[in-house]
Ligand binder design. Sequence first.
Ligand code: F6R
Length: 243
Amino acid sequence: MRIYRTADYQEMSRTAAMILAAQIQIKPDCVLGLATGSTPVGMYEELIRLHRAGHLDFSDVRSANLDEYRGLTRDHDQSYYYFMQKNLFEHVNIKPENTHIPDGSCPDAEAECARYEAVLAQLGGVDLQVLGLGHNGHIGFNEPADAFAKATHCVDLTASTIKANRRFFEREEDVPRQAYTMGIGTIMRAAKILLLVSGADKSDILREVVAGPVTPQVPASILQFHPDVTLIADEAALSRLHS
Ligand code: F6R
């Protein structure tokens, strides 16, 4: 695992954007695995800036998102579909038909998960997967469990994740209880992985992910076995790793 230590969130975001930009320049029709949440927002802003300055062309780029809430339609302002439109897709020249996100409005979980795995296979796999890190060690919505999930599946969100995501909804009851997510096996098939972590509140879990035992109780710890992971984290997030 390569580790880039950055001074703060802004530098983390710029560094991550440069790596995505390099990936797009090396392979203009690459498949980017994308994440939502607070962590990648600054990176998306930087990618938009690079695009507007004429440095980055998304016209052949393809994308596949990690996850989506089950039960939210695309136009719901907390759906990950909506998030991606507002935070990246509307502002760059990516073709809508080249972007892929699990369909949260599909009630048939088994069918939707199988469809999404088929989409990923058709894309030929993810070249570069961006990940954020949950406070409980989750990646995508792969929550702590007794075993690593192989493929895209429907998960029950844990109480801690519901609480963490509460900030985006009016009331706690509005936070969806389930999500569709790429499995750990799906994520591990990406050729390269970029893990972004910011803030002192993630420092304990980041230490477990990087230096603790590999266990499905800390889903991101599996990344220790991936051959090409780059961690970009700020000082605050790394503060428990070198102590
Ligand atoms: C989002 C996702 C989640 C988040 C994680 C961290 O698509 O898959 O695993 O990356 O919950 O969220 P933030 O960045 O909001 O702290």
